[in-house]
Design a protein around this ligand. Structure first.
Ligand SMILES: C[S@@+](CC[C@H](N)C(=O)[O-])C[C@H]1O[C@@H](n2cnc3c(N)ncnc32)[C@H](O)[C@@H]1O
Length: 287
């Protein structure tokens, strides 16, 4: 039976991308206003990434799994499908609106009362401060969240995993055509540059947080958007980083529109590739 247990914790430091935050300044979540658009435009495009990550995570039916920054639950729904009656899935994010969609979709996959599904918990939580006990999980997963951006999220991941528990996370790679396009748009529009980081720096940070057997591999995907208009709808569904001024956001949107319409005039499709890096790591067993 699915038990959906949505907590409403008060959270510190909410926001979209900590790497773009102003320290100590309280800012609203980036994703609340666009949750429905995110579910419509982004989740279907991210599906191949979620499939690759679930495979890399090697989920077993009876495991206790937590997802951080789960958004509307695009990855969670694939994990739920892998879990049996004794498995559990805890779905967390800072955005109330994103989690509302996740909860609705996930509950519809295993209706309450059928007695056979895994237990599901949906909880608002910052990934640096999870309201769960030490060592409670076999596996922590994350797809395109700030988990690997700094030590705080990684320390928290280590805390909530049992000895021998696993981390599996997908992050964007450093060099692919869509990234080159968006970097050029940011530069031209005077928006903050992408925070660039090499895979080896991220791997070192994971190790320094206390994880072992840190591995990574790249997955390359070719993504087709039907027209410039549908690509722009997809991009808009990520919202605007809270640290950006309205002028920056508007210049960015105008510049992106002009460049994408130049790539795909007259209703042509927009084809861009992605490099996604899948990290896996273990919390050491107790000796
Ligand atoms: C790009 S979306 C990815 C959502 C989902 N993992 C997916 O792949 O579709 C980033 C998500 O991370 C969440 N997020 C950002 N900062 C967070 C934090 N500090 N703690 C928890 N969630 C966070 C956002 O609210 C958003 O839902």
């Amino acid at each position: 039976m699915i038990v959906s247990d949505t907590a409403t914790a008060t959270l510190a430091g909410q926001g979209g991308r900590p790497t773009e935050r102003v320290p100590g300044v309280s800012i609203p979540p980036q994703y609340d206003p666009i949750a429905q658009d995110y579910e419509q435009w982004v989740v279907p495009k991210f599906r191949p990434v979620a499939e690759a990550l679930v495979k890399a995570a090697a989920v077993s039916p009876s495991e206790h799994v937590i997802e951080v920054g789960a958004g509307t639950g695009g990855l969670s729904r694939l994990i739920l499908a892998r879990l049996g009656p004794t498995g559990t899935l805890t779905v967390t994010d800072v955005s109330h609106a994103m989690l509302e969609i996740a909860e609705r979709v996930l509950a519809s996959l295993v209706p309450p009362g059928n007695g056979r599904g895994p237990r599901l918990t949906v909880t608002e939580a910052d990934l640096t401060s999870l309201p769960v006990s030490d060592g409670a999980f076999d596996l922590l997963v994350s797809q395109f969240t700030p988990l690997l951006d700094g030590p705080a999220g990684l320390r928290e991941a280590l805390r909530v995993l049992r000895p021998g528990g696993r981390l599996a996370a997908a992050v964007w790679g450093g060099s692919y055509t869509e990234r080159a396009l968006l970097k050029a748009v940011r530069l031209e529009a005077g928006a903050p540059p992408y925070p660039d980081e090499s895979v080896s720096v991220t791997a070192t940070r994971i190790r320094e947080a206390g994880f072992e057997e840190v591995r990574h591999r790249s997955v390359w995907l070719s993504v087709v958007h039907d027209t410039a208009k549908t690509y722009l709808a997809y991009r808009a569904a990520f919202g605007v980083p809270p640290a950006w001024s309205p002028e920056q956001a508007s210049r960015y949107a105008d510049t992106l529109t002009r460049r994408v319409e130049a790539i795909a005039p007259d209703g042509e499709s927009v084809v861009l590739d992605w490099q996604v890096v899948l990290f896996t790591a273990f919390r050491a067993e107790l000796v």
